[in-house]
Design a protein around this ligand. Structure first.
Ligand SMILES: C[S@@+](CC[C@H](N)C(=O)[O-])C[C@H]1O[C@@H](n2cnc3c(N)ncnc32)[C@H](O)[C@@H]1O
Length: 410
């Protein structure tokens, strides 16, 4: 007899009894989805993995600490049979058949009355992939198809025709430090849905090249601002485009709230009644040192790191930074926007007690193809920056963490 394809269905298990036989790695892998579905899970097994035990202790399932017994499946709506004992599994699936309980078997798909698809979710949609028959059943193949579909939906490269989702208003998206792979999945999806992208110079510029020609890309630095401040011009552009009903992405380097003026834009948009969402990004303050082999903390070396803006020098009356106090900290100092002021910063830190030998690293254009690391000490950093022609954007790291990695030059 020809084998018929399985009939796909979504089980609504909330509050319904589901019996799981076995508490090993198969059960462990399948349980989170059953828990998420709100099933009343009864797990029967003499032993369980530590993760399954934690689920039982958290009250997410009821653990019956004993082997399978005839009758366990009587009141179940659905069963997962995954003990390490084939005989017990066969016995249990026969019982499931008698009680008309759909059952999945980890050891013998042919003997099961149900198969678990490879599943993934994206924005309110569950993608479930099943092979059509037992012969073509290959879990790695279905998982790979699932990954391709879910990743495509998440990053926006796969869009249902005639159903392009649009997020009205403005999304402030943290683009990460520069490597296009270091934007979040949500950020990338919103970018793929955008009608207008207003971008900075920092961040993942390569992603802009992937946008369809219909997307209007505006360089924030080139917005005319006449009698306004540059930031006001950006706020106005965001508001005007959003008011035209367009999906607007404000793409920023790193994280929108780390020296990114993100909240100024949120406040302006809120005042104008424009819906606004903020997508965090990987900040250069941690990721750029990391990309150059420098951890901002390290056990036994630095228990804290402090991120500071160096855009104004310590002797500038606009400075809000307490440099004398920073000189007394043992931990790591991470300075952004500090290439131009590092000479004065280093002198101030030394004057307030920091050792002139304190290691310093400057990481220029971190995570991009042009990444470059230059090492110095507090005493030498001013002349090193000039001699090595270090240019912004660069992250400056001051502290012993500079020396803990396998290499000190890149
Ligand atoms: C206006 S701040 C924005 C910071 C950003 N919001 C973040 O979270 O990374 C710009 C500064 O971030 C640092 N920066 C950002 N991206 C960088 C990169 N790829 N390499 C080195 N420094 C970077 C530089 O210090 C630069 O002057």
């Amino acid at each position: 007899m020809a084998e018929h394809p399985a009939y796909p269905v979504g089980l609504r298990l909330t509050g319904r009894r589901v019996v799981v036989l076995g508490g090993g790695h198969v059960a462990q892998r399948r349980l989170p989805a059953l828990i998420a579905a709100g099933a009343d899970i009864h797990l029967v097994s003499p032993t369980v993995t530590p993760s399954v035990q934690a689920m039982a202790e958290a009250g997410e399932l009821t653990w019956h600490q004993r082997p399978y017994e005839e009758g366990d499946l009587a009141d179940a709506w659905y069963a997962l049979i995954a003990t390490g004992d084939t005989e017990a599994n066969t016995h249990a699936s026969a019982e499931a058949e008698r009680h008309r309980v759909w059952c999945v078997r980890s050891d013998d798909a042919d003997a099961a009355t149900a198969w678990t698809p490879a599943t993934g979710t994206s924005e309110g949609v569950t993608v479930a992939i099943l092979t059509t028959d037992t012969k073509s059943r290959d879990p790695r193949h279905t998982a790979a198809i699932r990954d391709a579909v879910v990743e495509g939906l998440r990053d926006g490269t796969l869009v249902a025709p005639h159903h392009r989702t649009r997020t009205p208003g403005v999304a402030l998206v943290g683009g990460g430090p520069g490597d296009p792979d270091l934007i979040t999945v949500r950020g990338r999806r919103l970018l793929a849905e955008a009608d207008v992208v207003i971008t900075d110079h920092l961040g993942p510029r390569d992603l802009l090249a992937e946008l369809p020609p219909s997307v209007e890309v505006i360089d924030a630095a080139k917005l005319p601002y006449g009698r306004f401040m540059a930031q006001e011009a950006i706020n106005n552009a965001l508001i005007e485009h959003a008011k035209q009903g367009k999906s607007v992405v404000r793409l920023k380097g790193g994280d929108p709230y780390v020296y990114g003026r993100g909240m100024e834009e949120v406040l302006a948009l809120t005042e104008a009644g424009i819906p606004c969402t903020v997508v965090p990004g990987i900040s250069s303050s941690i990721s750029v040192p990391g990309a150059a082999g420098i951890p901002v903390t390290h056990r036994g070396v630095a228990h804290e790191f402090t991120v500071v803006s160096g855009h104004v020098a310590p002797d500038d009356e606009r400075s809000l930074v307490d440099w004398p106090s920073l000189a007394k900290l043992r931990g790591t100092l991470v300075i952004l926007m500090g290439v131009g002021t590092i000479g004065k910063v280093a002198a101030t830190l030394i004057a307030h007690g920091k050792s002139p030998d304190t290691p310093v690293a400057l990481v220029q254009e971190g995570t991009t193809a042009a990444q470059r690391r230059v090492d110095a000490t507090l005493a030498t950093v001013a002349e090193t920056v000039v001699a090595e022609e270090v240019k912004p954007p660069a992250v400056i790291v001051i502290g012993e963490v500079v020396k803990v990695g396998p290499t000190t030059t890149a």
